[in-house]
Design a protein around this ligand. Sequence first.
Ligand code: UDP
Length: 496
Amino acid sequence: MSDKPEKLITDDGLRLDGRHADEIRPMKIEIGVLSRADGSCYLEWGRNKILVGVFGPREAHPRRLQRADTAVIRYKYNMASFSVEDRARPGPSRRSIEISKVSREAFEPVIMAELFPKTAIDIFVEVLQADAGTRTAAINASSIALADAGVPMKGLVTSCAFGKVDGQIVLDLNKEEDNYGEADFPVAMTQDGDITLLQMDGHLTSDEIKKGLELVKKGCKEILEIQQAVLRKKFETPVEETEEEATGIESEVVEAELSLEYATEAAAVDDIIEEIEGPEEELSEETAEACAVNEEAPECEKLEEIIKEAEAEVVEGETIEEVIEAEIENETEEEAFEDEAEFEANLEASYEEVSEPEKLAESELEETVSEEAELVPEIEEFNEEEAQPEAEAQLEEPVGVEEQSQPEEEAKLEELEESQLEEEVQLEEEVEIEKISPKETFESESEIESEAESRKEAPAEQAVEVEEEAEEEKCKGPWKVVKDPSESGSRGENDE
Ligand code: UDP
């Protein structure tokens, strides 16, 4: 601790730091220095350095401290051990507790705590460097931090102290004046001039207090201007915001115009979509599915033709749906007849190339043989070792069927194959068979054999089955285009 100077105020009326009696020390304020705090402030006032963090309003813990009608304001003043010349003892002390209490009470009249019941507003003050007047400096910084946190307040709180030094009332004591002066009188007040904190350490007359309070008001007014200037610097961007708002309004107008333009275009697109989707909604679900899979499918073209014809043939009292159904029925019958005629023509062509004794058997098996002509090379090329497990699993069932009828089947097939070698080539040209994958080929091989056996066992049922197939095709609708007679033949249905 430095020795007491002879004079705290020089002969020319200046103080040791060069200030006049009614001057405050230079003040520097920064806002929002702590990222984790809701509000924060760093304040330098002379050689005082104060850091304040505000948290809340937030749920008060422990809950027993909650108040149902208002928020709880907690103020914690702490002086860092390195903040003073002689190391300060860490932790709370009588002095820090006292300063915390009077400082909290300095804010209670302005903080609108009633808006936040059961919550807490925490104000943490850390004195990093002390040079007298730390409580007043902390109140000024806390006021800024509360505003930074957005805590509703009736106004800012400013604080300043006056004292008596060498018999003179001076404003804002420094360390030497506080230590060696005759009185210290800290005051806090609202921006309306209402005093929220008043303490006195020393001896002062009423006139000295009145004079001192006048100095404090002057000092607090200056501090308030600094506080407001700092807050405006951070938050007051009303001019720029106004411009942005104006720009925002313009952009909203532009967006609205664009949306209107788009609405017109969207309406036109919707009309087109309705025109396109309209006829499809009148079709059956199966037809819609078939067309959905392939819009260029022949069945779609047929349906379009049917619809056009139906529209042209609409008679009074008859709906277009009825006309379309009638057209579809006609198409189904015609298609069934066309399939059956093609099938018979293939049979006749096969008969011409086969010897008379074998004609009956050939007519029963010609479809099977025609498939074999296509399938056998693929089967030979297919490597069973490379076959997928799925294909092998699917082969198990047909093989089981094959084993049951194998003796009879093999004998008959051997006879047939010898006489059919020449015939197969011609049947390939006459009957179109779709390409079949290796997996399908394996399935078909066993199916062919079992089918051949079944056909031999029941040759008389052939004509009846063909008729039944035609009827089933009718039920499936006109969009079922059968390119390969083997697909629509009795083979698949018989197996089932
Ligand atoms: N001080 C100190 N050690 C302490 C307490 C205070 O050196 O344990 C110094 C410190 O510089 C402080 C000044 O004494 O600013 C005056 O302290 P006071 O209790 O009057 O509070 P303040 O004026 O800081 O609000």
